[in-house]
Design a protein around this ligand. Structure first.
Ligand SMILES: [Zn+2]
Length: 72
């Protein structure tokens, strides 16, 4: 779910895992408290499949590998 912008400050929203299989779409902008200042904050809680979590973890791992095995 990338490319979703915060309706309050226009920063790209980040998906944050809050518990197993649930993530919350949050604004990474520290000056902005979206979605916690919204009455329907819970509506931004989305079910996250294991495969999606695994995918994110794999991507992170790959990035780490690239960092280590760079052209040094
Ligand atoms: Zn924001």
């Amino acid at each position: 779910m990338s490319g979703t912008k915060c309706p309050q400050c226009d920063v790209e929203l980040k998906k944050c895992l809050i518990q197993q299989n649930y993530s919350m779409v949050m604004c990474p902008n520290l000056a902005c408290s979206y979605p916690f200042n919204e009455r329907d904050a819970l509506s931004s809680t989305v079910y996250t499949k294991d495969s999606e979590i695994l995918d994110a973890a794999k991507k992170r791992l790959r990035q780490e590998e690239q960092k280590d095995g760079g052209e040094s």
